[in-house]
Design a protein around this ligand. Structure first.
Ligand code: ADP
Ligand code: MG
Length: 229
């Protein structure tokens, strides 16, 4: 399968009190279309920094990064934002829904950001909410829903622009066991339908759900299964 993202010898260093912290210390990573990757590693190992790279929210200090074959190493913030809005979907531990908006309005937000996203946005909201099992909750507000339901709204929001890649940072961290199962089943189904997914987790059972596990330590990838092909 075609490679979606390629990182070559990517470094990201923070200066903290005159000292260099190597958050990413020469990372090589290829993520292919159709991959389902779990990133694991202890706190401070560089997982979030890597996710920010993959999510085009940061740039390498050195090394190279490609997205859909194009060099994005030095992409400016505005161009990053456009790519992000059109090509990526984000899911967070704390759901990050806007409380005053309805489910439908929350799911529609990325359509607004992407401007020229695929047409028929209203129809897509209906079909996407249906896909995550929440068609009956379209007019609810986040406060009227359970944590598992809120995360499924967030997944619908991440899916609405038909992203090339879904990035999820501890997506099950705030959920009870039953809802963890439900969300993981949804991820597996979406991946089986061709959706590329990268998630960060400290839960090894969650990581085992993915097709591929990447372990980080001290800013380096210390073990990685091969990209699927
Ligand atoms: P993880 O997500 O695995 O816990 P991070 O990617 O957040 O790890 O952090 C990797 C290292 O980089 C840590 O040592 C952390 O303290 C440092 N770091 C991350 N972000 C910053 C920042 N904005 N400024 C300074 N140091 C940072
Ligand atoms: Mg982190």
């Amino acid at each position: 399968m075609a490679s979606l993202i390629e990182l070559n010898n990517v470094r990201r260093t923070y200066q903290v009190g005159g000292e260099a912290v190597h958050a990413l210390d020469g990372v090589d990573l290829t993520i292919n279309e159709g991959d389902f990757v779990a990133i694991v590693g202890t706190s401070g190992s560089g997982k979030s920094t890597l996710m920010h790279m993959l999510g085009l929210m940061d740039r390498p200090d050195s090394g190279q990064m490609r997205f859909e074959g194009n060099d994005v190493t030095k992409l400016r913030a505005a161009a990053q934002a456009t790519l992000r809005a059109r090509k990526l979907g984000f899911i967070f531990q704390a759901f990050n829904l806007l409380p005053r908006l309805t489910v439908t309005e929350n799911v529609l937000l990325p359509v607004t950001y992407a401007r020229d996203g695929p047409g028929d946005a209203k129809e897509r909201v209906v079909s996407t909410l249906d896909r995550v099992g929440l068609a009956h909750r379209a007019k609810h507000r986040p406060s009227q829903m359970s944590g598992g339901e809120r995360q499924r709204v967030a997944i619908a929001r991440a899916l609405i622009n038909r992203p090339r890649l879904i990035l999820a940072d501890e997506p099950t961290g705030n959920l009870d066991t039953q809802n963890v199962e439900r969300i993981l089943t949804l991820f597996k189904e979406l991946n089986a339908e061709g959706q590329t997914i990268v998630l960060v987790t400290h839960d090894l059972d969650v990581a085992a759900t993915a097709k591929r596990q990447i372990k980080m330590a001290d800013g380096k990838i210390v073990s990685s299964d091969e990209a699927s092909d």
